[in-house]
Design a protein around this ligand. Sequence first.
Ligand code: 13P
Ligand code: SF4
Length: 309
Amino acid sequence: MDEKLIEKIKRLKAERKAMILAHNYQPAEIQDLADFCGDSLGLSIKAAETDAQVIVFCGVQFMAETAAILSPERIVLLPDKLAGCPLADMITAEQLSELKQKHPNALVVCYVNSSAEVKAQSDYCCTSSNAVEVVNSIPQDRQIIFVPDQHLGRFVAEKTSRDLVLWPGYCHVHVVITEADIKNAKTKYPDAIVMAHPECTEPVKELSDAILSTSQMLNYAKKSTAKQFIVATEVGMLHPLKKQNPEVEFIPASDRAICPNMKKITLEKVAWSLEDMQYKITVPEEVRIEAKKAIDRMVEILPSKMRKD
Ligand code: 13P
Ligand code: SF4
């Protein structure tokens, strides 16, 4: 059944001159079908560089929106329009505007997990893989508002020794991973290396050996000689890790860390999306132009190697 569906998707993909992008948390069969899998940064860069006329974005709303901001001349499709990110929805443009009024001299750094409207009101965008570099690029005497993820924000504040104005947003998937989960896993697998996503809580990160974005986890595991890893992030991440390192054991820190929105994308919906050219993700031009400035400032400070990866 899947084979027939996969054939159909491939045929439609060629007809539409489309490219399929998938986030590292997507269901395994979607990752296996995609032309490119990656973290938020890698996917944004691919979306900006591709020659494809259509991008089928297998991920969540803010990711497809970022692709639409960077590639207005292309059609960006999200196979399930309800695949949102509750973290991104935790701050609205109005709330950010009020926060800016309270700190009129501050610059705003927004995590890519945010709406286009919030990005449009921000000075810099960042992802989990470059948030520290982005904040470090801002002169020391400038106050910084960091939205919406408080846990990534605290990690960045600690790494940069900066006093950031934080917003109390969080990812409901990463906060279910507890300190006890890590302690239990470490007792069971005493030789394992613990990798955690920066959206995890502070006690979880304190018990971890490396704090990494999803694609950084792949690079880290590839370079390491360790044979066991405890993985503190969404469980979809285990698929690319195992695929890349078949001889290594990857243990999820919590089986409960499942992002229901990421799992809304199915093969059937990808086929239908290409067939009916649905759901088109667009951003009003005045919002897009402002949001793109924040993303461009982020890309400018990246080392050129990272921009091309
Ligand atoms: P990455 O950019 O590390 O892939 O993270 C995206 C995300 O949504 C984490 O929950
Ligand atoms: Fe959003 Fe969390 Fe899902 Fe990532 S894992 S898309 S931050 S809800």
